[in-house]
Design a protein around this ligand. Structure first.
Ligand code: RFL
Ligand code: PHB
Length: 395
């Protein structure tokens, strides 16, 4: 592939944020190049998010990436909460004026966006590792990267860092203006994929004396399950039988319910973090998605926040092209941070309400139970959860 040495928008990272941004810019006629350090297979197979909000689905559809999603995604109108051997269903449409969520894995979103981009989109280079972004304060920021064993540069009018939490673009925002906010949780999620139909039609979030558990799914025949485990847990110490026994114990509910067991095809442990880096732009460099913020996965917000960022940014670039106005770009950081902090609060609330902190005593556990009882008893409390989970409209 011809590798350009100048572009309007240089996009670092070909995860969901970078790929969706490239799609939206391409649709508005704004030139861009995507540099992704991994190979295509890796990006398409990386197991991560599973839940899409209405506004994420809307943008995928309007950008032409909704065809397979509309055929294969599972539409969910609610989630189930379990605690104290009881359960309560949160109904999204009735509590939110008709909003719902879609179960469609991040792997599938990436596959759809990559296929479209390679068919008719802007250049997308795999195995192009960005080493540094320089000149955020100038009108020609430069991206230094390595591709096919050669050191190259890409000069840009603007650079967008969609390179995730471990990316390099955040370093282009000078220390003197950067503020970071962070919380690392004293537990991790042990996630497994299993070749067995999901044991429930909807996701089940369970609080239990043994710790949190989540039942999710990838398709009518594949289940995705998570267990709270101590940080540093080695998956090798967990046989399939031990995993199923532990899940069984944590999902236990009065009135009978059976967890279907099947062969486990993948296991992985992920640490949990809340993180925000402000501002989300400096000069001509912008940050989007996990490059700027991380949420713990209990609220299913990470991928949706990444999509919301790039929707705002793509609009701002379209406004620049059509009207010559930089107002949208200047407002980008403040606009996104309002939604980011709402999602940080909600994700932290869901995490704190459903997990067992190793340092927590019986008093804190009673507070969690009281909070869950309140959600079951009050449509107002339930609506607060439902609105946040199903996603607020993008302003
Ligand atoms: P990504 O997906 O990390 O992509 C960043 C890309 O940048 C590349 N990169 C570089 N490329 C070039 N040069 C460099 N120097 C580079 N450094 C990095 C990387 O290879 C990668 O391809 O960030 P992005 O696009 O911002 O997307 C964010 C989402 O991936 C993330 O927020 C979600 O997966 C979070 N999340 C969930 N979000 C939801 O909305 N709903 C969920 O149900 C949900 N479940 C989850 C999750 C995250 C999880 N993990 C593993 C953290 C479940 C899990 C288990
Ligand atoms: C998932 O299916 O991977 C998933 C679903 C909901 C969450 C987190 C992860 O809150």
């Amino acid at each position: 592939m011809h590798t350009p040495n100048h572009t309007t928008v240089g996009i670092i990272g070909g995860g969901p944020a970078g790929l969706l941004l490239a799609r939206l810019l391409h649709r508005s006629g704004v030139e861009c190049v995507v540099l992704e350090s991994r190979d295509r297979d890796y990006v398409e197979q990386r197991q991560r998010a599973g839940i899409l909000e209405q506004s994420t689905v809307d943008v995928l559809r309007s950008s032409g990436a909704g065809e397979r999603l509309d055929r294969e995604a599972l539409v969910h109108d609610g989630i189930e909460l379990r605690w104290d051997r009881r359960s309560h269903r949160i109904d999204f449409p009735s509590l939110t004026g008709g909003r719902r969520v879609w179960v469609y894995a991040q792997t599938e979103v990436c596959k759809d966006l990559i296929a479209l981009q390679l068919e008719d989109g802007a250049p997308l280079l795999f195995e192009a590792h960005v080493r540094a972004v320089e000149g955020a304060d100038t009108d020609r920021p430069v991206v230094h990267y390595t591709h096919e064993g050669q050191d190259r540069t890409l000069t840009c009018d603007y650079v967008v860092g969609c390179d995730g939490f471990h990316g390099v673009t955040r370093d282009a925002v000078p220390e003197r203006v950067r503020r970071t906010y962070e919380r690392v949780y004293p537990y991790s999620w042990f996630g497994v994929l299993a070749d067995v139909p999901p044991s429930s039609d909807e996701l089940v979030y369970a609080h239990s004396p043994r710790g949190f558990a989540l039942l999710s799914m990838r398709s009518p025949t594949v289940s995705r399950l998570y267990l709270q485990v101590p940080n540093g847990t080695d998956p090798a110490g967990w046989t399939d039988e031990r995993i199923w026994d532990e899940l069984d114990a944590r999902f236990a509910v009065d009135g009978g319910w059976t967890l279907k067991r099947g062969p486990i095809t993948s296991k992985g442990v992920l640490p949990m973090r809340s993180f925000v880096s402000e501002p989300m732009s400096h000069g001509r460099v912008f940050l989007a998605g996990d490059a700027a913020h991380i949420v713990p996965p209990t609220g299913a917000k990470g991928l949706n926040l990444a999509a919301a960022d790039v929707i705002v940014l793509a609009r701002a670039f379209a406004e620049l092209k059509e009207a010559g106005s930089t107002a949208g770009l200047e407002a980008y950081s403040a606009t996104c941070l309002r939604r980011v902090w709402r999602a940080e609060h909600f994700s932290s609330f869901m995490t704190g309400t459903l997990h067992t902190d190793p340092a927590q005593g019986p008093f804190e556990t009673r507070l969690q139970i009281s909070q869950l009882d309140r959600i079951a008893a009050s449509p107002h409390a339930a609506a607060e959860l439902a609105e946040n989970y199903a996603g607020l409209p993008i302003g």
